[in-house]
Write a protein that binds this ligand. Structure first.
Ligand SMILES: Cc1cc2nc3c(=O)[nH]c(=O)nc-3n(C[C@H](O)[C@H](O)[C@H](O)COP(=O)(O)OP(=O)(O)OC[C@H]3O[C@@H](n4cnc5c(N)ncnc54)[C@H](O)[C@@H]3O)c2cc1C
Length: 541
């Protein structure tokens, strides 16, 4: 689905200097200072507008910004000297790339790729590329998603379904979910406002923002995975090359199309860095074949599996860890400061009493003043595998963590769904259940024939199954960040649970989770919104 923004001919003339495409839902920013590109991308998380509209509104047409003096004269036509120079540089670079012969050279240049009006499913696949890319997405926790454009809710019309017998069922189901979501926002807002009224000393701005986040935390689960969102990715050439390769090999039409468009647009701005992602390039062709064979091999192996129990109850379970983890972490902590062998240090640590190791760990955790004081790399000697069954909304939040190994299974309606406590026993509960059950019937009907495409109809409240294999250092970061009050109550629970389960198995590791917040909060975002208002007031002249 292309973009819906309207630009005047004058606006289009200006915009085309700064974006690689005025019509496509995928485009690259160019000829803009890094600070403007970064600021624009950060706006994605808190705006319903597309980036071209934001560029016009917040910068180009915003007199306060004095945009022209920031950007100066951009490069436009081919005849322009600088343009020729860039061409020359590309040819020179191509020779180096060929000569250098190592892919890592592709990390030396990067750009900002805007990806708009893609489904939640596509956004997750794009954000699943861990190294070299930094994504930012429109937030379901702060932005209302019930706008209609040309009388239609914004969800992806999946082409295979749209040309199948399930077309009407799919459209009716997604419309019903959006309609229920939109209809429940005002009354639930009123109800929560009555339950948690504003304190006199709290600004209306901060209170409204915290209230909206709480309401959307409750209702975002009604949105189907086909819901369209906007996101931006700042990445280096090597990152984009592997991203495009992955997208073009996906079984889903939307991702194949996003891969093609990304290649087209990136080729306009960083051609040398993505030239091997050209669908006709020999590397890409062999990668296609390899992926096809790989998927075939795995599905053949899976088809021979005897029936095994799924993890079908919502929760977190620690299923694997190294029993000697504390000894290995203790030994590694002592390594860099000594000249002893690591093996000898591990033997030494094996001989230490647990209380001695605990004292060692506390000596380095007690000096941390905040969660950004990360504990040393030695913690990477301990790793844990968690299986998690929680709603797709929570998966979407926690999946953003890159310093770990994770995989998920297909979206389904088989493992029940998240029912927010704020809705239990209210006049909204029946509507919520009805929407979930109707969506399940639709999904089950479509999934037999179209298991991949049927995922688009799954409401985000349905639980999905995934695993995290993570080392103690990354886990410290995740649990302390994601248990903070501003977090969604359900991912706070997952973060608290992971820290608790590790501390139960290894009490001597407990102090590494010193900044995990185990408290509960009614208007979790209020504290952060109040601080935001204070910062804004402090910045005012
Ligand atoms: C309260 C809250 C609100 C949020 N709102 C939004 C939102 O509206 N929209 C949205 O898209 N996301 C949102 N996020 C997600 C957030 O932007 C991060 O993607 C997410 O928290 C993962 O954090 P991380 O990058 O530190 O994690 P990890 O990926 O776990 O990274 C761990 C550490 O590795 C380092 N690191 C990893 N990769 C890189 C890299 N490429 N460059 C530099 N350093 C790197 C960093 O030091 C990082 O701290 C929100 C998160 C929170 C907690």
């Amino acid at each position: 689905m292309e973009h819906q923004e309207e630009f005047t001919p004058e606006q289009s003339k200006i915009l085309e200097m700064y974006v690689s495409n005025l019509d496509s839902n995928i485009f690259v920013l160019r000829n803009l200072p890094e600070v403007i590109k970064g600021a624009l991308f950060s706006r994605y998380s808190r705006s319903v507008l597309g980036l071209r509209s934001l560029l016009l509104k917040d910068f180009i047409l915003n007199e306060e910004m004095a945009f022209d003096s920031i950007v100066g004269e951009p490069v436009t036509n081919a005849g322009d000297e600088q343009f020729v120079a860039i061409k020359k540089a590309q040819n020179f670079y191509d020779r180096i790339l060929d000569g250098y012969g190592d892919d890592s050279i592709g990390e030396l240049g990067g750009t900002h790729l805007a990806i708009e009006n893609v489904s939640m499913i596509a956004a997750k696949v794009i954000e699943d590329c861990r190294i070299g890319g930094s994504p930012l997405e429109k937030s379901t926790r702060y932005i209302y998603f019930d706008q209609k454009v040309n009388g239609k809710f914004l969800f992806y019309r999946e082409p295979v379904i749209m040309t199948s017998a399930y077309r009407d069922l799919y459209l009716e189901t997604c419309d019903m979910l959006f309609e229920t979501y939109g209809r429940l926002i005002p009354p639930l807002t009123e109800k929560i406002e009555k339950t948690f009224p504003k304190e006199p000393d709290v600004s209306q701005f901060a209170y409204n923002a915290a209230l909206r986040a709480k309401v959307l935390d409750c209702l975002r689960g009604l949105l189907p995975a086909s819901t369209m969102t906007n996101m931006g990715v700042y990445g280096n050439g090597r990152f984009f090359e592997s991203l495009i390769a992955k997208l073009q090999c996906s079984p889903l039409a939307e991702l194949q199309e996003s891969g093609r468009k990304s290649y087209q647009e990136l080729s306009k701005v960083i051609p040398s860095f993505v030239r091997r992602a050209d669908p006709t390039h020999k590397n890409q062709l062999s990668y296609f074949e390899y992926q096809e064979r790989l998927n075939h091999e795995i599905s053949t192996q899976v088809s021979h599996l005897k029936e095994l129990e799924p993890m079908n109850e919502a929760g977190v379970r620690l299923i694997d860890y190294d029993a000697d983890a504390p000894e290995k972490v203790a030994a590694a902590l002592l390594f860099s400061g000594s000249n002893a062998g690591l093996h000898e240090l591990q033997e030494h640590a094996q001989g230490m009493e647990r209380i001695e190791r605990e004292k060692l760990f506390r000596s380095i955790t007690s000096i941390r003043e905040n969660r950004r004081h990360k504990s040393p790399r030695a913690l990477e000697h301990a790793s844990f595998t968690f299986e998690i069954c929680a709603d797709y909304g929570i998966y979407r939040d926690l999946q953003r963590h890159r310093m770990l190994t994770q995989e998920k299974q297909l979206l389904t309606c088989d493992y029940n769904y998240y029912l927010p406590e704020e809705i239990v026993g209210t006049e909204f509960e029946a509507d919520y259940h009805k929407a979930m059950q109707e969506a399940k019937v639709a999904f089950d009907t479509m999934a037999k024939a179209l298991p991949e495409e049927a995922q688009y109809a799954v409401p985000m409240a349905y639980n999905i199954h995934w695993y995290f294999k993570v080392n103690l250092r990354a886990l410290q970061w995740i649990c302390e960040l994601r248990s903070s009050p501003a977090g969604h109550p359900m991912y706070r629970l997952v973060a608290q649970e992971m820290a608790k389960q590790v501390s139960q198995v290894f009490p001597e590791f407990e102090s590494f989770f010193g900044f995990v917040d185990y408290d509960g909060y009614q208007l979790g975002r209020l504290g952060q919104e109040i601080r935001l208002v204070e910062k804004m007031q402090a910045r005012r002249p």
